[in-house]
Design a protein around this ligand. Sequence first.
Ligand code: HEC
Ligand code: HEC
Ligand code: HEC
Ligand code: HEC
Ligand code: HEC
Length: 217
Amino acid sequence: MPQYFPPNVNAFVRWSILGGGAFLVALLVALPIYARTMNNAVGVPVAQPIDFAHNLHAAQLGIDCRYCHTTVEVAGFANVPASETCMTCHSQVRVGAPQLAALWVSWERDTPIRWNRVHDMPEYVYFDHSAHLSNGVGCSTCHGRVDQMEGIWKNEPMTMGWCMECHRAPERFLRPRSEVFNMAYRPPRDQLILGQELVFAYHVDTEKLIQCSTCHR
Ligand code: HEC
Ligand code: HEC
Ligand code: HEC
Ligand code: HEC
Ligand code: HEC
């Protein structure tokens, strides 16, 4: 009888099946973990160690975004405030409230609160807040009505396609710089005319916006 397969084929098949099985199991375990840590769902509030409410602090109490996110205008990264910032008020306001217990622990032990990230770009993507704010892109264009949210959610998919939708035609979204912190801003009816004026006035480099090396460097 002719031999169709080399003699060690059984071992080969056995190892491929075992190897493939192990790979599948690893994938099934890893994927949901990856999805949960790397990519919060759009529109779903992210659980936090303290139920900090943006609607209460930003809208009702009228605290400016920059009081807590102090670096957002001047740096790429928008910082989340240290417990010290909260304690400027909470050393006197609602002292002893159980909702604030974790804040006091953090303050007394001098250990930062471990806020869960809502947005988190992959390492290979470069992003810069100050560049957007100084060219007339408002917080609410990317983050939605944060001032109406109790817990923060990701308001947009933040995929490459989404970034490009604006980078290809920024005139559809730009507003005067003075309005970038205005959460209730509504674009005027002649947005395209205003947008084109702003592209010109702010020297927005529309060539650079669509180059790969702008976001991947
Ligand atoms: C009193 C302090 C305070 C003020 C004022 C404030 N924030 Fe925050 N912000 C926080 C804290 C604390 C977190 C982290 C907890 C969370 O995500 O809910 C946060 C988180 C965020 C996040 C999500 C960050 C991430 O993990 O990706 C965004 C977006 C944000 N704030 C936008 C704003 C905007 C826009 C304003 C102004 C309308 C504002 N914040 C005002 C304290 C503040
Ligand atoms: C400018 C003052 C101010 C700052 C800064 C501030 N808060 Fe508040 N916070 C308040 C006030 C006022 C209330 C509402 C108290 C009330 O309901 O009577 C409040 C309420 C709260 C509550 C609800 C407490 C309860 O008893 O239900 C939490 C939780 C809270 N703040 C967390 C924080 C955290 C965390 C930070 C820092 C990121 C922070 N706050 C920064 C003034 C402030
Ligand atoms: C052009 C879209 C855009 C605008 C405008 C914008 N953000 Fe963001 N924001 C993002 C992206 C994208 C991330 C995630 C960045 C990362 O993971 O590196 C982010 C993350 C954050 C974070 C988490 C910390 C960080 O830097 O990763 C905070 C806080 C925040 N934004 C607050 C604000 C505030 C406040 C404003 C307005 C003053 C604002 N953002 C305007 C897109 C935007
Ligand atoms: C609503 C419009 C809009 C959205 C959405 C947007 N951008 Fe931009 N982006 C701009 C404008 C306007 C500029 C300023 C261009 C200039 O400086 O000439 C800019 C500039 C940049 C720059 C250049 C910064 C520098 O210092 O050179 C990077 C990087 C960038 N954007 C990345 C992103 C990424 C990543 C996303 C998606 C997560 C994104 N942008 C979403 C409008 C937008
Ligand atoms: C405005 C910013 C921006 C520009 C310009 C840009 N990218 Fe991206 N890119 C992103 C973001 C944000 C992600 C990650 C989010 C996602 O998965 O979509 C990404 C992800 C990717 C990935 C990972 C795989 C994938 O699709 O998720 C590749 C590959 C990539 N980009 C290639 C390119 C190439 C090639 C160009 C030029 C033609 C380019 N990018 C231009 C923002 C940008």
